[in-house]
Design a protein around this ligand. Structure first.
Ligand code: FES
Ligand SMILES: [Fe+2]
Length: 355
């Protein structure tokens, strides 16, 4: 399928609608997701337990991994037993060794094969291929990112975010499981991202949020593999106290919304950070995981970063409506507002670039 997104937003048409529901397109996207850095949590995950297993984007990448820690070292390993392929660790725990529950193969916490029953007569055993392979991992402050098929450094993805926001004391931000959420949306993952990437719909869909933001000053810019949107508050309450030398100093910034291609949203508010990971489950099903990190709890019920549940439900409703619409025989492609849909256009060009 040719996406044919013109570089000039004034001439461009949006992505052909088939992209948002075709199983064939969905399968082809696996390569993009395999090659993308994915946020999986922060190093506090390994405070109490030193082993933390999960599956990387289940329904798209489907890679079982396990984060392990000993001393200060954290790494990410394949969670697939090198004997016959069982999942080694089933749940987060504290342990010295990883032991496969099928035939008892043991691994050191760093993935090295340590012991296997009934293998005395096996030739060239153990060899390197009996160890659990590493999965590439990198950190931004305490935030953990992993990648299945590394083709670029993490800095190529998060560079623009670091440049703008490294002054924030992310290490002090506390993950709050009770404020974190999982939402299931009956729509394609990219439709969910399209919607996130424009503030155009805010006055129509989010009447409450619109009360707090200055619509005409909403700012959007595509930078490398990211899209930055800045929400400007109506007054100077509930906005960031920016450092004097900051490029946005003097503006009433109520929220920095960073989209990291292809599927992550880092939303910074004066109270902290909401990381939203958009997880494709099938061509027409998506799960959104909200990781809530609190910095200044007393600011949570104010401004653009308050009432996020309500905003989410308003977005889901509209995106599910689009999913029904794009399958119509009568619709294929639309056009962009050059003023209000810069982010959507930029995202579509990135999809075109990597697809
Ligand atoms: S599959 Fe793990 S020990 Fe056999
Ligand atoms: Fe929205």
């Amino acid at each position: 399928m040719k996406l044919d997104i013109d570089d000039d937003i004034r001439k461009a048409k949006t992505i052909p609608s088939k992209f948002y529901h075709s199983p064939k397109v969905y399968r082809k996207l696996k390569k993009i997701f395999n090659r993308s850095w994915q946020f999986v949590g922060d190093t506090d995950l390994l405070e109490k337990n030193n082993v933390h297993p999960d599956i990387l984007l289940e329904g798209m990448v489907d890679e079982p991994y396990v984060l392990t820690k000993d001393g200060k070292n954290i790494r990410c390993l394949s969670n697939v037993c090198t004997h016959r392929g069982t999942i080694v660790c089933e749940k987060a725990t504290k342990t010295k060794n990883l032991v496969c529950g099928y035939h008892g193969r043991q691994f050191h916490i760093d993935g090295k094969m340590k012991f296997m029953p009934e293998f005395e007569d096996v030739e060239n055993f153990p060899s390197k291929s009996d160890n659990l392979p590493r999965i590439e991992m990198d950190l931004w402050k305490k935030m953990i990112f992993i990648i299945n098929d590394k083709k670029c450094d993490i800095s190529e993805l998060i560079g623009p975010m670091i440049e703008r926001l490294s002054w924030l004391p992310i290490e002090e931000f506390k993950y709050k499981p009770e404020m974190s959420r999982i939402y299931n949306v009956k729509a394609n993952w990219a439709l969910y991202c399209d919607n996130y990437l424009e503030g155009f719909h805010i006055p129509f869909v989010h009447k409450d949020l619109n009360q707090t933001l200055e619509y005409d000053e909403y700012f959007t810019e595509g930078i490398d593999n990211t899209v930055l949107q800045i929400g400007i508050g109506k007054d100077n309450e509930n906005t960031f106290e920016l450092p004097k030398n900051h490029q946005d100093y003097g503006k009433n910034v109520a929220a920095y919304y960073f989209f990291l291609f292809p599927n992550m949203m880092f939303n910074f508010y004066p109270w902290g950070l909401s990381v939203n990971v958009v997880k494709p489950k099938s061509p027409e099903e998506t799960q959104i995981e909200y990781f809530t990190y609190v910095w200044k709890e007393e600011l949570m019920e104010k401004g653009a970063g308050s009432g996020l549940d309500k905003v989410e439900l308003e977005d889901e409703e509209i995106v599910e409506s689009v999913q029904k619409g794009i399958k119509s025989k009568a619709y294929d492609r639309g056009r962009y507002s050059p003023r209000r849909e810069i982010g959507v256009h930029y995202f579509h060009k990135l999809i075109q670039k990597y697809y």
